[in-house]
Design a protein around this ligand. Structure first.
Ligand code: BMP
Length: 215
């Protein structure tokens, strides 16, 4: 295990495949989202899945029926996991988890976001409530902010050790990879610091090395 997930927010297929192959030894998964999928089409998922497991970050947030239709597309396309919002409520979340179970895939639930305004509505209590609901749903893990390691620690307390935490906000957003893993995250999610670097491979290796003693 490297402890690093690549957030692949480039928008063309050539860069996406080149960078992913380049850093493959130092990451455990590739997170794709709207920037790349709207730029290239969802067929990029299958191509990337030959390099590493793919997490579809669509922050699914709809009624249960629409959520299920979205998740089916994501899993049929070859993604191994989907990221969903929890604020839509338990029925929506449970439908995503049920769909993932049907495909033997995984769901991550956003518990709190990493940007400066991320704790405006995701207050301490709300984040914990979403994390507790995620646990109840049988989701595989939660998303918690690397920019607030103290919240990662609190949320780890809510979900216990049976679930995973993935944390964006390292590097470009100011978070420290080591502090985030020490606070209880299983993986840091890193985008711009890797794909925007002159030498993405060197940068990915550097982050892997920074956290390896805490994993
Ligand atoms: P970067 O390392 O370039 O800041 O990228 C972080 C990635 O994680 C982006 O894809 C972003 O959309 C995502 N993300 C985030 O930064 N904070 C969150 O709370 C949730 C996210 O999905």
């Amino acid at each position: 295990k490297n402890g690093v997930i690549l957030a692949l927010d480039v928008t063309d297929e050539k860069s996406a495949l080149t960078i992913s192959r380049d850093v493959a030894d130092f990451i455990d998964a590739i997170k794709i989202g709207y920037p790349l999928v709207l730029g290239t089409g969802l067929s990029i998922a299958e191509k990337l899945s030959r390099i590493a497991p793919v997490i579809a970050d669509f922050k699914v947030a709809d009624i249960p029926n629409t959520d299920r239709l979205i998740c089916e597309h994501v899993f049929e396309a070859g993604c191994d996991a989907v990221i969903v919002q929890g604020f839509t409520g338990p029925d929506s979340l449970f439908e995503c988890v049920k769909t993932a179970d049907d495909y033997k895939k995984k769901v991550f639930v956003v518990a709190e976001m990493s940007h400066p305004g991320g704790d405006h509505f995701f207050t301490d209590g709300v984040s914990k409530e979403i994390a507790a609901m995620a646990k109840k749903s049988g989701a595989f893990g939660i998303v918690a902010p690397a920019t607030r390691p103290e919240r990662v620690k609190e949320l780890r307390g809510v979900i216990g050790n049976s679930m995973k935490i993935i944390s964006p906000g390292v590097g470009a957003q100011g978070g420290s990879a080591a502090d985030t893993i020490k606070a209880g995250a299983d993986w840091v999610i890193v985008g711009r610091s890797i794909y925007g670097a002159k030498n993405p491979k060197e940068e990915a290796e550097k982050i892997k090395k920074e956290i390896e003693k805490y994993i």
